[in-house]
Design a protein around this ligand. Structure first.
Ligand code: ATP
Ligand code: MG
Length: 359
């Protein structure tokens, strides 16, 4: 479902609200070390929406949780509004928490079933001493209106609402304290397709009005194309490509990005019929033992010897600086001038005509 209104324009230039520098989150146990996030460098500018995409298990949620310090990074740094929060204790973080919020995939699990909607929305206001009683009630009513609900919804409890309404409540709660950064982890994927677009439109409208920076994690490429100014593509704990949204869709450089985009449905059936889907062979390798060299080489139809032994760096490509920074890619086969490998020249590349809409 693609909503109708275009989102806002990028912020550019100002201090980033979120800076991840070589962020690492390794989990011990399970017979080894799970390298869920393994050197992720990413910034979200003021008022900018950055999409984070990649297949299931690539480490997106781990990055999102570390970004708002709901999880402890094992390496690298997390800066919010220029301040290093990587090692701050829970206590030291508490007063800063009003600046950043996470909206989860499943609103039922993140809303306290014992509280009324009004209490849920007002809680951050109370915790941060921003508004008391009457002021909080008035603010709650205003927020309910902004997310398309009525004042009487304040009396209800989460189970009395639809999934879409619950996600609107999560958004209202996250925005009650006017954060500078919102991390939205698959905010619409638990919703019916029919309500996904309206929640996405709501997010886009609020983002444009309030100008918060947003890290938008999703599987839904149509959603990310609609909402994001810039997109980072993750594979097995690392970012393999980053580019302004339009550039990424028009000219993906990394073979993984190409495969990912080729699997996305296109609204135009005529284009859909002519498009060739690149099928990746095999499953995502285990983050317990990432392949040596380029992590994607085991599934890359274009891999050469060098890819099997030497890990490519995430390099800047001569991009369109006016679009908010150049492009980055980590692939040995992409030239320094940005020339991408010719997929058609690879005999091993398996393409099939796309016959269904795959996600
Ligand atoms: N607490 C944990 N302990 C051990 N491994 C974990 C933990 N949390 C995540 N992982 C592992 O880290 C990897 C990345 O998980 P993550 O949830 O970040 O992926 P994701 O990209 O968000 O996937 P999805 O699209 O399915 O939500 C997975 O292999 C997962 O099993
Ligand atoms: Mg996830």
């Amino acid at each position: 479902m693609i909503p109708t209104q275009p989102p806002h324009t990028p912020g550019g230039g100002a201090t980033p609200v979120l800076e991840l520098d070589a962020l690492e989150r390794h989990f011990a146990g399970h017979g080894g070390i799970v390298r869920a996030a393994d050197g992720v460098t990413l910034t979200v500018g003021k008022g900018e929406v950055v999409g984070l995409v990649g297949e299931s298990g690539s480490g997106k949620s781990t990055v999102g949780r570390c970004a708002v310090r709901l999880d402890e990074p094992t390496g690298g740094t997390v800066r919010i509004n220029g301040r290093d929060v990587t090692r701050l204790s829970r206590r030291a973080l508490r007063p800063l928490r009003k600046d950043f919020h996470l909206v989860f995939q499943d609103p039922s699990s993140s809303l306290d079933p014992r509280m009324t909607v009004g209490q849920i929305i007002a809680e951050p206001l109370r915790l941060h001493g921003i508004a008391k009683k009457d002021a909080a009630r008035a603010r709650t009513a205003e927020l309910l209106g902004q997310v398309g609900l009525r004042p009487e919804h304040a009396q209800r409890r989460p189970h009395e609402l639809s999934g879409g309404q619950r996600q609107r409540i999560s958004i209202a709660r996250a925005l009650s304290v006017d954060p500078d950064l919102l991390v939205a982890d698959e905010p619409t994927s638990a919703l019916d397709v029919s309500v996904q677009a309206s929640v996405l439109n709501l997010l886009a409208d609020l983002q444009r009005d309030r100008g918060f920076g947003c890290l938008f994690i999703t599987h839904d490429l149509a959603a990310v194309e609609f909402l994001a100014d810039r997109i980072a593509v993750m594979y097995l704990g690392q970012i393999v490509e980053q580019a302004p949204t339009a550039e990424l869709f028009a000219d993906p450089k990394h073979p993984y990005t190409r495969a990912l985009l080729s699997a996305a449905p296109v609204p135009d059936p005529a284009i859909q019929r002519t498009r060739r889907r690149i099928v990746l062979s095999g499953e995502l390798p285990s983050p317990l033992a990432p392949p040596p060299g380029c992590r994607f080489h085991t599934r890359c139809p274009l891999a050469v010897d060098r890819c099997r032994t030497e890990a490519p760096e995430l390099r800047e490509l001569p991009g369109n600086a006016a679009e908010g920074g150049g492009r980055q890619v980590s692939c040995h086969l992409v030239g320094d001038d940005g020339t991408a490998p010719d997929a058609a020249a690879a005999p091993a590349l398996r393409t099939i005509p796309s016959t269904r809409t795959a996600r």
